[in-house]
Write a protein that binds this ligand. Structure first.
Ligand code: AMP
Length: 534
């Protein structure tokens, strides 16, 4: 029984049990398909090649890529050789990218050829990277190593080390409200237990017979652990690359006979609009897991009505590897009216086994499980972060052994969590974070702006978008407009951060201690409608 819980076991299992099952990876020219057997052989070669480059136990190896078969190979080669897979978020803007690469101390970076121009923008600022390996179908440009050439030259066998379950396997950074992103380091043990947890019938219900389309990016929160679960179970895997347009996804679901999809509401909603407009049926699809932002009711009902596809709502965070809770109906609800069932399925749900959740009120007392008393949601368990990676000041995010999520929630008598607000001052647009504080600072550097507060407003396509509430300097009101602020911010922040609208105020409401009172602003603009759907 003293047997280490390490990811190597899932790699062996995929190789020995599932070697005939297929993995499909979409690229510019079509779909590449191979078997888990071929995949495992290439995982061996990648580990051997990285060892040849000097990568040792504990070293960080970064990936900078879309969901592809090569990325899936790195997902196992790096942790199983005892190194740490650092999946870098390609949506960060250049200064953040450089800071994160340096903070992680990555020695090697595996970059998608299509993302090389973006990577090159930060390359000169990187202090620890020794090798850049380009993952693509053509040859790597001079000065870089070529993934395919490295694999072709590497020995076909690799002696996998005996790992300790507490060794680090992976590293993800998550955006903070202020300051730099924060790293979360996952042990082998945490990822193995997480994999078992998510696959359960009452959880994600993934099984060998499924063909999984992982839309959720492999650079965000371990792609919800789906790549690890796929290898453990041996289900079919479909990886879309950067081809995330609704029609491209629907085509892939059809051509690969996908049964199971995981993605954020924005992308899943795009898919829904497309299949509805085009009257497509996607007959193989049976289940969609939606998480990362709240699941809209129209999606849940629409997919079920039009296509007979079950949509399941889950809540999680990078700090929870990321699975926190999932909403499924209980036996006792089977006779409930449809409306009541829908209400339950739109909740964030009950914790996965081994995860414990509680709600703590402002006075520090735990809220009763009554479904109405809100407080901060806190979590603990074997895949919940205990501290941030090399970050001495993170103690405020912990309360004894509990991690403070920054989400405000209620829990009902049966343990179902409902998110009602968030204390994190962030905007979640299309599954990725915009720091309202960083955006405010950028706006307030405008010479004609006295004060600026940014709030998240619900958006039909992106779930949330930033609205900038701006107080002009005296006599300068005529110089402040949506266009002037956006033009000023261009180049100062990432394009996708640009506020969709700007409203001019006489003053920003303040709390008793003089901070911007975002609650009042959110309340004031709760019925706000965007001038145009972007
Ligand atoms: P991340 O670590 O980037 O995946 O973001 C985690 C945060 O996303 C959570 O703390 C929530 O604020 C938000 N989030 C994740 N899942 C949901 C959900 N199902 N409903 C509402 N918000 C969610």
């Amino acid at each position: 029984m003293q047997w280490p819980l390490v990811l190597t076991h899932f790699l062996d299992r995929a190789r020995r049990l599932h070697h005939r099952r297929l993995i499909a990876s979409r690229h510019a020219g079509g779909v590449f398909r191979y078997s888990y057997g071929d995949w495992a052989g290439r995982v061996d070669r990648l580990a051997a090649a990285l060892t040849g480059l000097g990568v040792r136990r504990g070293d960080r190896v970064a990936t900078f890529g879309w969901n592809s078969h090569r990325h899936f190979e790195a997902y196992f080669a790096v942790p199983c050789m005892g190194a740490v897979l650092h999946t870098m978020n390609v949506r960060l803007f250049p200064e953040q990218l450089a800071w994160v690469f340096n903070h992680a101390g990555d020695r090697v970076v595996l970059v998608d050829a299509s993302l090389l121009p973006l990577f090159e923008k930060v390359r000169a600022q990187l202090t620890t990277v020794e090798h850049v390996i380009v993952m693509g179908d053509g040859e790597a440009p001079p000065g870089h190593l070529d993934y395919e050439a490295l694999l072709a030259a590497a020995p076909a066998r690799f002696d996998w080390p005996q790992l300790d379950e507490e060794e680090a396997a992976a590293l993800c950074y998550t955006s903070g409200t202020t300051g730099h992103p924060k790293g979360v380091l996952y042990s082998h043990r945490s990822l193995v237990l997480h994999t078992l947890g998510i696959a359960l019938t009452d959880a994600f219900q993934l099984r060998e017979q499924d063909v999984l389309l992982a839309i959720v990016p492999m650079f965000h929160a371990n792609a919800w652990g789906l790549p690890f679960a796929a290898a453990m179970l041996g289900c079919g895997v479909v990886l879309p690359g950067p081809h995330l347009q609704p029609k491209e996804l629907a085509d892939l679901i059809e051509s690969e006979a996908v049964t199971f999809v995981g993605g954020v509401p924005t992308i899943v909603a795009g898919l829904y609009q497309h299949v509805k407009q085009e009257a497509r049926k996607l007959p193989t699809l049976r289940q969609i897991i939606v998480g990362g932002s709240a699941l809209p009711q129209v999606l849940l009902e629409g997919f079920e009505r039009e296509l007979g596809v079950e949509v399941v709502h889950a809540w999680g965070m990078t700090e929870l590897a990321p699975a926190g809770s999932v909403s499924r109906l209980r036996a006792e609800m089977s006779e409930w009216p449809q409306e009541a069932k829908t209400r339950v399925r739109l909740l964030q749900g009950t914790p996965f086994p081994l995860v414990e959740l509680r709600v703590v009120q402002e006075d520090g007392k735990e809220a009763p499980w009554d479904g109405v008393t809100p407080g901060e949601l806190q979590a603990r368990g074997p895949w919940v972060v205990r501290q941030y990676y090399n970050d001495p000041d993170s103690s405020l995010r912990f309360d004894g052994g509990w991690f403070r999520t920054g989400d405000v929630a209620t829990i009902d008598e049966l343990g179902y969590v409902k998110l009602v607000d968030r204390t994190k001052d962030m905007v979640k647009s299309g599954g990725e974070w915009i720091s309202s504080v960083d955006l405010e600072n950028a706006i307030m550097s405008h010479p004609q702006v006295a004060e600026a507060a940014v709030v998240a407003i619900a958006h039909p396509k992106w779930t949330e978008r930033p609205l900038a509430c701006v107080v002009p300097r005296q006599g300068k009101a005529s110089e402040i407009s949506r266009e002037s602020i956006r033009a000023y911010l261009k180049g100062r922040v990432a394009d996708w951060w640009l506020p969709d609208d700007v409203v001019v105020l006489d003053s920003v409401p303040k709390t008793s201690v003089g901070k911007f009172d975002k609650k009042v602003l959110r309340e004031q603009f709760k019925d706000y409608t965007w001038p145009e759907v972007v």
